[in-house]
Design a binder for this molecule. Structure first.
Ligand SMILES: C[S@@+](CC[C@H](N)C(=O)[O-])C[C@H]1O[C@@H](n2cnc3c(N)ncnc32)[C@H](O)[C@@H]1O
Length: 256
């Protein structure tokens, strides 16, 4: 039984019971240190998506972000790179939010276990209830509940441009710790590839909706060099739309 099927079967059991059974708890959304304080409101976003006749992910892409098809395009590129053909049995996602990448990931592969680390409690609860994923206690940048070398695919999308440098950097160490030999680490960061002078001007004049921590940049070379010290090689990279501009998706593979 995969994560999505399991989710349907536990739908009625309620988030609390599920969490109690699995021994995990969700920490409320007040501890996302230094990042965007609150993710988009749960109830209002769900209502708006329903009114538009769209899935919540497609609503966020098309209506809220003005980038229709953006999530699917990243998933398509990851498929082309063979990320799902590797048949990941364990997936871990940091900051899944509404689950727009999570839902599409579960259409591409059938992991036995899908762990999430998410600070926004209403969204985490919704993802547990809808997709049967496991919400791990989330504090700062720790993946402590996840054992070393236990995850086939570790991912984060549109998270590391909303948190501070230290929050992202600490997560990098943790992602490298939990990935298994031969597994992949996928995340996007706003690198210098995405920051030519014209784009910086665009961000300065049109971007950043009132959050000091968004969008945060991260040097590409820093990521590549750091992950190399963990035995993780950059396998591929591509640019994906974000807000008024873009981020760069980096795909690392951990040596066997
Ligand atoms: C911009 S949203 C992106 C959500 C989702 N990945 C997407 O692309 O739609 C950033 C997400 O990271 C979560 N977040 C913020 N700080 C976090 C932290 N320290 N650990 C885990 N999640 C965090 C937020 O609650 C939110 O869900």
């Amino acid at each position: 039984m995969n994560a999505a099927t399991r989710g349907t079967s536990v739908l009625k059991s309620g988030v609390k019971r599920l969490l109690g059974r699995t021994g995990f708890d969700i920490v409320r959304s007040t501890n996302n240190r230094g990042g965007v304080d609150d993710f988009i409101p749960f109830e209002a976003t769900m209502r708006a998506a329903k009114a538009a006749g769209l899935s919540v992910g497609d609503h966020i892409d098309a209506v809220m972000n003005g980038t229709p098809g953006a999530t699917q395009s990243t998933i398509d590129q990851l498929r082309t790179l063979g990320v799902y053909a590797a048949k990941p049995e364990t997936v871990l996602e940091i900051g899944p939010g509404s689950g727009r990448y999570l839902e599409k990931t579960l259409k591409e592969c059938s992991p036995e276990r899908y762990e999430i680390y998410e600070t926004a409690a209403p969204w985490a609860g919704y993802l547990v209830e809808t997709f049967g994923v496991i919400a791990r206690p989330t504090a700062g940048s720790s993946l402590a509940p996840t054992p070393d070398g236990s995850i086939d695919l570790v991912q984060a999308h549109k998270v590391f441009n909303t948190v501070t440098f230290l929050c992202a950097a600490r997560y990098f160490f943790e992602m490298a710790r939990v990935v298994r030999p031969g597994g992949r680490i996928v995340f996007d960061v706003m690198t210098e590839t995405c920051l030519d002078p014209a784009t910086v001007r665009t961000w300065a004049t049109e971007g950043g909706p009132g959050h000091d921590s968004y969008p945060a940049a991260m040097p590409r070379g820093t990521c590549v060099d750091l992950f190399a010290t963990f035995g993780c090689t950059l396998e591929a990279s591509f640019v994906a739309p974000m807000g008024v501009a873009s981020t760069e998706v980096l795909v690392f593979v951990k040596e066997k």
